[in-house]
Design a protein around this ligand. Structure first.
Ligand code: ZN
Length: 233
């Protein structure tokens, strides 16, 4: 069996409601991670996601590289985005039960890493349940101890851009790659993944329905999408 929790970053976008509708139709649960500054451009789309059952987590207010910021700046990025996200939950009329966090680019803050983890713990962010992740490197790198939500497989579909030379075929190759350079192979029996996809309108423009193409491929290969679960502190 191959199990996978789907996560979608950088909401909201124009395309977010279509993604939500598709996932609901397929009964595929998801955690979406919001960048406040971008969600303020697409407020109705963010509210749509919340009102259609999506758990939305904090992905910072402006999507900076945390290792280039001071600890204070990191904290401000997270706190400001918490305020924005709380207000969206209020406007949507949805109770905010879970508060996961993901760093932009998976950048855990360089020299401030421990301090930020301590902060996330103190502020009672919810750790996504990663106890089923079977890869030794997950524990060797101490990722099982961290509060933030990293991933084990990145579709890298955001690289599909004009003139990038990276195409849909490259993503399909990654999906079937038995020895990826980073993360873990996706389609190996016994796998348990946290999958990373993005809600970029630019990708939708380049490759309409891109997320459907990848998800259909996973379903065809026996991937079972799991509901988000959390380890409460
Ligand atoms: Zn992001």
């Amino acid at each position: 069996m191959i199990r996978a929790l789907l996560t979608i970053d950088d909401v909201s976008s124009k395309n977010t409601p279509d993604i939500v509708d598709y996932l609901n139709e397929k009964k595929i649960p998801v955690i979406m991670f919001m960048v406040g500054q971008w969600a303020e451009n697409y407020p109705e789309q963010l509210i749509y996601a919340l009102q259609h059952g999506v758990i939305v987590g904090n992905h910072s207010y402006t999507h900076p590289e945390f290792s280039k910021l001071s600890f204070e700046e990191c904290r401000n990025e997270i706190e400001k985005n918490e305020d924005v996200l709380n207000r969206f939950y209020d406007r949507a009329g949805v109770e905010r039960v879970y508060r996961p966090f993901r760093f932009p680019y998976g950048d855990k803050g360089g020299g401030n890493k421990e301090k930020i983890q301590e902060y996330l713990r103190e502020k009672k962010f919810d750790k996504v349940d990663d106890t089923g992740i079977p890869y030794p490197w997950w524990k060797e790198k101490g990722l099982d101890k961290d509060i933030d939500t990293l991933w084990t497989f990145d579709f890298a579909e955001y690289n599909i851009r004009p003139d990038s030379g990276f195409t849909l075929a490259d993503v399909m190759k990654r999906i079937h790659e038995p020895n990826p350079g980073d993360g873990a192979p996706l389609l190996i029996d016994g796998s348990s993944h946290i999958l990373l996809l993005h809600a970029h309108d630019e990708t939708e423009e380049m490759q309409p329905g891109y997320y459907k193409i990848f998800i259909e491929e996973l379903l065809k290969n026996g991937v079972e999408f799991t509901a988000p679960a959390f380890i409460r502190q």
